[in-house]
Design a protein around this ligand. Structure first.
Ligand code: RB5
Length: 149
């Protein structure tokens, strides 16, 4: 599995922990920055991770900022991206199983590194169930293509 990773300054320290954790599992990880703790604007990094997935360069993405909120909003502006903010493991599992989320968004100022790594592992190892859930996601894709409801 190929994972795209990105953060702003608020998520920089947690991103380093996650990068090490994923590489220790032998996963191929591309780190889209930021690469220092200097203040930056999070949308750029959310867009980079989202674009990597849409271009087929990564299977799933993980974005991290202070709350996870801004990063998810940015990533979700890219058609085809389904970014989910998760602060506990149940939502991470359901975001994959029911919503086929392709980006996990974490808040480094909300949860600790231990819980974040559990959430990451569950997100990356849960399969989409398809079926009725796919029908519902197609309704979201319709809106992205400009089809009105
Ligand atoms: C940066 O201070 C903070 O606003 C950002 O990391 C994030 O939480 C935005 O959603």
């Amino acid at each position: 599995m190929r994972v795209a990773l990105g953060s702003d300054h608020g998520g920089y320290e947690l991103k380093k922990v996650i990068l090490k954790h994923l590489e220790a599992q032998g996963l191929k990880v591309e780190d889209f920055g930021t690469y220092t703790s200097d203040s930056v604007d999070y949308p750029k990094y959310g867009f980079s991770v989202g674009n990597a997935i849409i271009k087929g360069e990564a299977d799933l993405g993980i974005v991290i900022c202070g709350t996870g909120q801004g990063m998810s909003m940015a990533a979700n502006k890219i058609p085809g991206i389904r970014a989910a903010v998760c602060s506990e493991t149940f939502s991470a599992r359901m975001a994959r199983a029911h919503n086929n989320a392709n980006v996990l968004s974490l808040g480094a100022r909300v949860i600790g590194a231990g819980l974040a790594l559990d959430i990451v592992d569950i997100f990356l190892n849960t399969e989409f169930l398809g079926g009725r859930h796919a029908v519902r996601l197609n309704l979201i894709s319709d809106i992205e293509r400009g089809e009105t409801v």
